[in-house]
Design a protein around this ligand. Sequence first.
Ligand SMILES: [Zn+2]
Ligand SMILES: [Zn+2]
Length: 285
Amino acid sequence: MATEVMITGSGIPLPSPGRAGAGALVRHDSTMIQVDAGPATTLRLTEANVDLTQLAGLVITHHHSDHLMGIPDLVLTRWIRNGAHRCPPLPIHCPAGHAVDYVESLFDNLQPDIEARIGLAGFPDRPEVAVHPFEPQESPTVVATFGEVLVESILVEHGGVRPAVAYRFSTPDGVLVVSGDTRACDAVEDLAAGADILVHEVLSSSKLLELGLPHQRVERLGRLHAEAPTLGALAARAGVGQLVLTHLMPAPRGSDDEAELVEAIRAGGYAGRVTVASDLHTARV
Ligand SMILES: [Zn+2]
Ligand SMILES: [Zn+2]
């Protein structure tokens, strides 16, 4: 297997059928790194036959529930799945700030359940995470290495949500970038320069207005998220090999909506391959 990224959740905070909360799984040979874990991430990984005990680590983009709520499920299920074997702490890399507080207190409300499970099944250890906070920077900075996968991050622009970061994964096969939540910004353009794959969130203001969202709210969302034509222009300037759209705001209601979204990306000038992700969509370097 070469290097690939699988979308574990293409959704947003408001649920829509078939779309789990935000996340992606980066794989290089047997090295697997999960990026964010929104609601139903564990279910999606299971559907993709991913052995949770083989995850090398988790990296977090920012402190928003649609990217975090699946983490307790993932960590607990990984521990239960490990059964009688010792379960090494799951490495979690995240930008210093609220996300660190969140992952450091994952088990606070679960202790009675954990004790009961240990009593029931005789597990040899407790679920644990190894939290690695880092200070996010305005230029690409190495934050982790998993096997042959080098992970860099950069600060991005997600409105008042600070810090929020994007990640670049470099392997012997190539480079892929996952934006997390952000406007189309210079930082992602820097990080994604020449990347084989750019997984980026996307917003369609016109669709949200069509759906009846108040103008003021749509305008506010536009300050936090990436409008399609602006993203198309970014992808063209960065010269990325292919663009995978996720965190779809709003979720397309059919192939016409998807085609419209791709057209909006093209309007920004990007001529490469564009995919509107569904859950479990996989792109290979
Ligand atoms: Zn989000
Ligand atoms: Zn967010």
